[in-house]
Design a protein around this ligand. Sequence first.
Ligand code: URA
Ligand code: ZN
Length: 380
Amino acid sequence: MAHQKPKPQVVDIHTHMYPPAYISILSSRDTIPLIRRFPSSPDPRLILLEAELPALEAALHDPTAPLPGRPLTKHFSHLSQKLHFMATQKIDISVLSLANPWLDFVSPLEAGQAADQVNGSFELMCTARKGSRFFFFGTLPLSAPLPTILASIDNLKRLPHCRGIIMGTTGLGAGLDDPSLLPILKALATAHLPIFLHPHYGLPNSVYGPRASEYGHVLPLALGFPMETTIAVARMYLAGVFDAVPALRMILAHSGGTLPFLAGRIESCVLHDGKLATVKRGRTVWEVLREQVYLDAVVYSEVGLRAAVEASGGAERLMFGTDHPFFPPVGGEAGDGEEGKWESVRLNVEAVDKALGEGSEEAGMVMGGNAVKVLRLYEE
Ligand code: URA
Ligand code: ZN
């Protein structure tokens, strides 16, 4: 019998969970991020973003006001629901990560223990079901003192299913161009743990204007998130962080925000800046993107996907993701709602197929082949 080629694997590298310990932390809080019950809602509500504050205030004072945040469904916390989602969207392997805002808000004294607990829960999830295929990105206790953060990286090295870490753009509080962050970036690079960089803070609410509440989550999620990622990476580039830690690998959420589109403008502004003209230049933005940066393929359009492939130097630098459990089908869509096919997933699969050719080798790489290689998803 002819030898059959193995079926290409579909890998979701952008897929979130909140383990029970984290849900308890959020449920005990009265400032964002928090989980709160409202009489008019069967599910508790998860309120994460500063942009959701006005709606939270309104709902606390007026029981008839629209509910703030999003429903905290079992998609956020139940592994069986993740498996169901994977089965319905035809995903073979998921690289799980804690959703925003990770442990950013936890007090310095509690952060180390919280990180151990969260990372331990993720390792357990990866082994909980025989034959299920999970890996995870760990979470660092970034508010804790440096030795605690370094100990947490050491701990992650010992967890067999950890393949990197997820973090936001604030670093130790002063952003990712902060020199105090360098020992952490170096430790991650030495441990071969890439950073999955994910936005949370967006842009100040004032940018969205006085009519923001009429526009739902569109402005903070579609524009605030990607700008935040873009600015964070541009700051790292300008501070020479990539040259200082050449072994560091970053995976940028949402296809790098707007970097694929704006890298040329960043490059040109650097070239034409009198202040920078006297500073010895390292690599160009393009070189850094092609040498140290991977992008997820969570961009929802063929046009964006093509730009991401071009900017990062080829289809071998992109990895498919879903952003589950965010962006579920909303009421009125045909089908089985959250239990069926998700439109948000379909858009991302379609973008890969249209940009790279359905069934092509390059599409297969983005859908899973790259993740298997880059994140060593065959090794334990
Ligand atoms: N909204 C969030 O808060 N996080 C995501 O990852 C996606 C949408
Ligand atoms: Zn996400």
